[in-house]
Design a protein around this ligand. Sequence first.
Ligand SMILES: [Fe+2]
Length: 302
Amino acid sequence: MNIRGIDRVVLGVEEMDAAQQFLADYGLTAVDKGRDGATFEALDGSNLVLRQANDRALPMAVGAATNAREIIWGVDSAETLQSIGAELAKDRQVAMGNDGVLRTRDETGYGIAFEVTKRHSFAATPGLFNAVGVPPQRINRRVDFNAPHKARSLGHIVLYVPDLAKARDFYMQRLGFRLTDSYRDRSCFLRARGSNDHHNLFLIQKEGSPGGLHHIEFHFGDYNEVMMGGRRLTEKGWKTHTGPGRHVLGSNYFWYFKTPCGGALELACDMDYVTDEWEAGEWEYTPDVVAAWCTSYTLYGH
Ligand SMILES: [Fe+2]
Protein backbone atom coordinates (compact mmCIF):
# COMPACT_ATOMS: atom_id res chain seq x y z
CA MET A 1 0.00 0.00 0.00
CA ASN A 2 2.57 2.54 -1.03
CA ILE A 3 0.59 5.77 -0.81
CA ARG A 4 2.83 8.77 -1.52
CA GLY A 5 0.60 11.57 -0.25
CA ILE A 6 -2.37 13.66 -1.30
CA ASP A 7 -2.46 14.45 -5.03
CA ARG A 8 -5.62 16.52 -4.94
CA VAL A 9 -8.54 17.68 -2.82
CA VAL A 10 -11.88 18.63 -4.36
CA LEU A 11 -13.56 21.40 -2.39
CA GLY A 12 -17.24 22.25 -2.64
CA VAL A 13 -17.63 26.02 -2.22
CA GLU A 14 -20.46 28.52 -2.22
CA GLU A 15 -18.39 31.67 -2.79
CA MET A 16 -16.60 30.59 -5.99
CA ASP A 17 -15.05 33.96 -6.90
CA ALA A 18 -13.75 34.58 -3.39
CA ALA A 19 -12.40 31.02 -3.13
CA GLN A 20 -10.51 31.42 -6.42
CA GLN A 21 -9.08 34.74 -5.31
CA PHE A 22 -7.94 33.26 -2.02
CA LEU A 23 -6.13 30.32 -3.61
CA ALA A 24 -4.33 32.63 -6.06
CA ASP A 25 -3.28 34.95 -3.22
CA TYR A 26 -2.20 31.93 -1.14
CA GLY A 27 0.42 30.94 -3.70
CA LEU A 28 -1.26 28.40 -5.98
CA THR A 29 -1.49 28.79 -9.77
CA ALA A 30 -4.77 28.55 -11.67
CA VAL A 31 -4.35 25.93 -14.39
CA ASP A 32 -7.95 25.37 -15.40
CA LYS A 33 -10.89 27.74 -15.07
CA GLY A 34 -14.31 27.04 -16.48
CA ARG A 35 -18.01 27.14 -15.80
CA ASP A 36 -17.77 24.25 -13.32
CA GLY A 37 -15.02 25.82 -11.21
CA ALA A 38 -11.25 25.89 -11.28
CA THR A 39 -8.08 23.98 -10.45
CA PHE A 40 -5.18 25.55 -8.55
CA GLU A 41 -1.83 23.83 -8.66
CA ALA A 42 1.34 23.74 -6.55
CA LEU A 43 4.79 23.47 -8.13
CA ASP A 44 4.80 19.64 -7.95
CA GLY A 45 1.38 19.32 -9.62
CA SER A 46 -0.59 18.53 -6.45
CA ASN A 47 -3.69 20.70 -6.47
CA LEU A 48 -7.02 21.90 -5.14
CA VAL A 49 -10.13 21.66 -7.32
CA LEU A 50 -12.97 24.08 -6.66
CA ARG A 51 -16.52 23.06 -7.52
CA GLN A 52 -19.89 24.52 -6.62
CA ALA A 53 -21.06 23.02 -3.32
CA ASN A 54 -24.36 22.01 -4.96
CA ASP A 55 -22.65 20.22 -7.88
CA ARG A 56 -24.45 16.89 -8.04
CA ALA A 57 -21.39 15.16 -9.47
CA LEU A 58 -19.54 15.62 -6.14
CA PRO A 59 -19.59 13.00 -3.39
CA MET A 60 -22.03 13.86 -0.61
CA ALA A 61 -20.54 16.13 2.01
CA VAL A 62 -19.64 14.97 5.50
CA GLY A 63 -20.99 17.93 7.49
CA ALA A 64 -21.52 21.27 5.76
CA ALA A 65 -21.76 21.43 1.95
CA THR A 66 -18.82 23.84 1.78
CA ASN A 67 -16.15 21.33 2.64
CA ALA A 68 -13.58 18.82 1.42
CA ARG A 69 -15.71 16.64 -0.83
CA GLU A 70 -13.10 14.26 -2.23
CA ILE A 71 -9.53 13.51 -1.15
CA ILE A 72 -7.43 11.89 -3.89
CA TRP A 73 -4.34 10.02 -2.69
CA GLY A 74 -1.44 9.45 -5.08
CA VAL A 75 0.07 5.95 -5.11
CA ASP A 76 3.33 4.67 -6.55
CA SER A 77 2.06 2.20 -9.17
CA ALA A 78 -0.87 0.58 -10.95
CA GLU A 79 -0.24 -2.55 -8.85
CA THR A 80 -0.71 -0.58 -5.64
CA LEU A 81 -3.91 0.89 -7.04
CA GLN A 82 -5.16 -2.59 -7.81
CA SER A 83 -4.33 -3.95 -4.37
CA ILE A 84 -6.05 -1.01 -2.65
CA GLY A 85 -9.13 -1.66 -4.79
CA ALA A 86 -9.13 -5.36 -3.86
CA GLU A 87 -8.70 -4.60 -0.15
CA LEU A 88 -11.41 -1.96 0.08
CA ALA A 89 -13.88 -3.88 -2.10
CA LYS A 90 -14.13 -6.42 0.73
CA ASP A 91 -16.58 -4.24 2.64
CA ARG A 92 -17.55 -1.21 0.53
CA GLN A 93 -18.39 -0.06 -2.97
CA VAL A 94 -15.32 0.79 -5.00
CA ALA A 95 -15.50 2.20 -8.54
CA MET A 96 -12.70 2.67 -11.06
CA GLY A 97 -13.42 5.68 -13.30
CA ASN A 98 -12.42 6.24 -16.91
CA ASP A 99 -10.01 8.83 -15.52
CA GLY A 100 -7.98 6.09 -13.79
CA VAL A 101 -9.22 7.18 -10.37
CA LEU A 102 -10.43 4.58 -7.89
CA ARG A 103 -13.26 6.03 -5.80
CA THR A 104 -14.82 4.97 -2.51
CA ARG A 105 -15.55 6.29 0.99
CA ASP A 106 -13.64 6.05 4.23
CA GLU A 107 -15.02 4.85 7.56
CA THR A 108 -16.39 8.31 8.42
CA GLY A 109 -18.03 8.76 5.01
CA TYR A 110 -15.53 11.13 3.38
CA GLY A 111 -15.21 10.63 -0.36
CA ILE A 112 -11.71 9.26 -0.89
CA ALA A 113 -9.99 8.20 -4.09
CA PHE A 114 -6.67 6.87 -5.35
CA GLU A 115 -4.68 7.36 -8.55
CA VAL A 116 -1.16 6.67 -9.75
CA THR A 117 0.42 9.89 -8.56
CA LYS A 118 0.68 12.77 -11.00
CA ARG A 119 3.14 14.68 -8.84
CA HIS A 120 6.29 15.69 -10.66
CA SER A 121 9.67 17.18 -9.84
CA PHE A 122 10.23 20.90 -10.24
CA ALA A 123 13.12 23.34 -10.17
CA ALA A 124 13.39 24.21 -6.48
CA THR A 125 15.25 27.25 -5.26
CA PRO A 126 17.27 26.28 -2.19
CA GLY A 127 16.82 28.29 0.98
CA LEU A 128 20.26 29.62 1.87
CA PHE A 129 21.08 30.21 5.52
CA ASN A 130 24.02 31.71 7.33
CA ALA A 131 24.45 30.10 10.74
CA VAL A 132 27.43 30.99 12.88
CA GLY A 133 29.73 28.01 13.44
CA VAL A 134 28.99 26.27 10.14
CA PRO A 135 30.03 27.21 6.58
CA PRO A 136 28.02 30.17 5.21
CA GLN A 137 25.55 29.51 2.39
CA ARG A 138 24.55 33.03 1.33
CA ILE A 139 27.68 35.05 0.51
CA ASN A 140 27.48 38.59 -0.91
CA ARG A 141 23.81 38.01 -1.73
CA ARG A 142 20.81 39.83 -0.31
CA VAL A 143 17.58 38.01 0.46
CA ASP A 144 15.09 38.68 -2.37
CA PHE A 145 12.03 39.86 -0.48
CA ASN A 146 10.18 40.47 -3.75
CA ALA A 147 10.35 36.81 -4.79
CA PRO A 148 6.86 35.32 -5.04
CA HIS A 149 5.75 32.82 -2.39
CA LYS A 150 4.77 29.65 -4.25
CA ALA A 151 3.11 26.60 -2.73
CA ARG A 152 5.43 23.69 -3.53
CA SER A 153 3.46 20.62 -2.53
CA LEU A 154 0.21 19.59 -0.85
CA GLY A 155 1.32 18.28 2.53
CA HIS A 156 -1.61 17.34 4.73
CA ILE A 157 -5.30 17.54 5.43
CA VAL A 158 -6.95 17.75 8.84
CA LEU A 159 -10.43 16.36 9.29
CA TYR A 160 -12.91 16.21 12.13
CA VAL A 161 -14.28 12.74 12.81
CA PRO A 162 -16.96 11.64 15.28
CA ASP A 163 -15.19 8.35 16.14
CA LEU A 164 -11.39 8.64 16.25
CA ALA A 165 -10.54 4.96 16.80
CA LYS A 166 -12.74 3.84 13.92
CA ALA A 167 -11.42 6.52 11.56
CA ARG A 168 -7.78 5.87 12.54
CA ASP A 169 -7.99 2.08 12.32
CA PHE A 170 -9.32 2.29 8.76
CA TYR A 171 -6.28 4.23 7.55
CA MET A 172 -3.78 2.18 9.54
CA GLN A 173 -5.15 -1.32 9.09
CA ARG A 174 -6.62 -1.08 5.60
CA LEU A 175 -4.28 1.42 3.93
CA GLY A 176 -1.01 1.00 5.81
CA PHE A 177 -0.75 4.46 7.36
CA ARG A 178 1.68 4.85 10.31
CA LEU A 179 0.86 6.63 13.55
CA THR A 180 3.49 9.33 14.15
CA ASP A 181 2.06 11.09 17.24
CA SER A 182 -1.24 11.52 19.04
CA TYR A 183 -3.06 13.67 21.56
CA ARG A 184 -4.55 11.33 24.11
CA ASP A 185 -8.12 10.26 23.19
CA ARG A 186 -8.48 13.33 21.01
CA SER A 187 -6.56 13.30 17.75
CA CYS A 188 -3.84 11.50 15.85
CA PHE A 189 -1.19 12.23 13.24
CA LEU A 190 -0.90 9.68 10.43
CA ARG A 191 1.76 9.27 7.75
CA ALA A 192 1.19 7.53 4.43
CA ARG A 193 3.83 4.82 4.10
CA GLY A 194 5.30 6.27 0.91
CA SER A 195 5.73 9.75 2.40
CA ASN A 196 8.39 11.09 4.77
CA ASP A 197 6.32 13.98 6.08
CA HIS A 198 5.53 13.76 9.78
CA HIS A 199 1.86 13.65 8.81
CA ASN A 200 -0.32 13.64 5.72
CA LEU A 201 -3.53 13.18 7.65
CA PHE A 202 -4.54 14.49 11.07
CA LEU A 203 -7.83 13.29 12.53
CA ILE A 204 -9.57 15.15 15.35
CA GLN A 205 -12.44 13.66 17.30
CA LYS A 206 -15.36 16.01 17.51
CA GLU A 207 -18.28 14.51 19.33
CA GLY A 208 -21.76 15.40 18.22
CA SER A 209 -20.55 16.41 14.75
CA PRO A 210 -20.54 14.30 11.60
CA GLY A 211 -17.15 15.80 10.72
CA GLY A 212 -15.73 18.41 8.39
CA LEU A 213 -12.57 20.06 7.15
CA HIS A 214 -10.31 21.78 9.67
CA HIS A 215 -7.50 22.74 7.32
CA ILE A 216 -5.29 21.86 4.37
CA GLU A 217 -1.56 22.60 4.31
CA PHE A 218 0.91 23.19 1.50
CA HIS A 219 4.67 23.20 1.96
CA PHE A 220 6.46 26.42 1.07
CA GLY A 221 10.19 26.80 0.48
CA ASP A 222 11.31 28.25 3.78
CA TYR A 223 10.36 30.33 6.79
CA ASN A 224 10.72 33.56 4.85
CA GLU A 225 8.20 32.39 2.24
CA VAL A 226 5.70 31.49 4.96
CA MET A 227 6.10 34.91 6.56
CA MET A 228 6.05 36.88 3.30
CA GLY A 229 3.06 34.85 2.10
CA GLY A 230 1.23 35.57 5.35
CA ARG A 231 2.09 39.24 5.17
CA ARG A 232 0.78 39.52 1.59
CA LEU A 233 -2.44 37.63 2.42
CA THR A 234 -2.98 39.99 5.35
CA GLU A 235 -2.40 43.05 3.17
CA LYS A 236 -5.02 41.74 0.74
CA GLY A 237 -7.56 41.60 3.55
CA TRP A 238 -7.54 37.87 4.39
CA LYS A 239 -7.81 37.11 8.11
CA THR A 240 -5.44 35.04 10.20
CA HIS A 241 -6.90 31.92 11.75
CA THR A 242 -3.80 31.13 13.86
CA GLY A 243 -0.18 32.12 13.78
CA PRO A 244 2.42 32.66 12.75
CA GLY A 245 4.07 30.09 14.99
CA ARG A 246 5.90 26.78 15.12
CA HIS A 247 4.37 23.43 15.97
CA VAL A 248 6.02 21.00 18.38
CA LEU A 249 4.55 17.88 16.71
CA GLY A 250 5.89 17.98 13.14
CA SER A 251 8.12 20.98 13.92
CA ASN A 252 6.62 22.92 11.00
CA TYR A 253 6.52 26.69 10.97
CA PHE A 254 2.89 27.65 10.33
CA TRP A 255 0.52 30.47 9.54
CA TYR A 256 -3.16 29.56 9.15
CA PHE A 257 -5.69 31.71 7.29
CA LYS A 258 -9.48 31.68 7.26
CA THR A 259 -10.80 30.93 3.79
CA PRO A 260 -14.08 30.80 1.84
CA CYS A 261 -13.38 27.08 1.24
CA GLY A 262 -14.95 25.57 4.36
CA GLY A 263 -11.72 25.22 6.34
CA ALA A 264 -8.45 27.04 6.94
CA LEU A 265 -5.37 26.92 4.73
CA GLU A 266 -1.95 26.67 6.36
CA LEU A 267 1.31 27.95 4.92
CA ALA A 268 4.10 25.80 6.36
CA CYS A 269 7.70 24.71 5.97
CA ASP A 270 10.47 22.72 7.61
CA MET A 271 8.38 19.80 8.81
CA ASP A 272 10.02 16.76 10.45
CA TYR A 273 11.23 14.25 7.84
CA VAL A 274 10.50 10.83 9.32
CA THR A 275 11.08 7.19 8.42
CA ASP A 276 9.82 3.90 9.83
CA GLU A 277 12.33 4.37 12.70
CA TRP A 278 10.35 7.37 14.00
CA GLU A 279 8.92 6.79 17.49
CA ALA A 280 5.38 8.00 18.00
CA GLY A 281 4.56 9.78 21.23
CA GLU A 282 1.31 10.25 23.11
CA TRP A 283 0.79 13.80 24.28
CA GLU A 284 -1.52 15.88 26.41
CA TYR A 285 -3.32 18.56 24.43
CA THR A 286 -1.84 21.72 25.94
CA PRO A 287 -0.80 25.01 24.32
CA ASP A 288 2.87 24.18 25.00
CA VAL A 289 2.62 20.99 22.93
CA VAL A 290 0.46 22.46 20.17
CA ALA A 291 3.00 25.20 19.48
CA ALA A 292 6.49 25.94 20.73
CA TRP A 293 5.61 29.56 20.09
CA CYS A 294 2.66 31.27 18.47
CA THR A 295 1.22 34.74 18.31
CA SER A 296 -2.34 33.48 18.88
CA TYR A 297 -3.95 30.38 20.36
CA THR A 298 -7.16 29.43 18.60
CA LEU A 299 -5.64 26.30 17.11
CA TYR A 300 -8.13 23.46 16.66
CA GLY A 301 -10.55 25.68 18.54
CA HIS A 302 -14.06 24.43 18.99
FE1 LIG B 1 -1.40 21.57 9.71
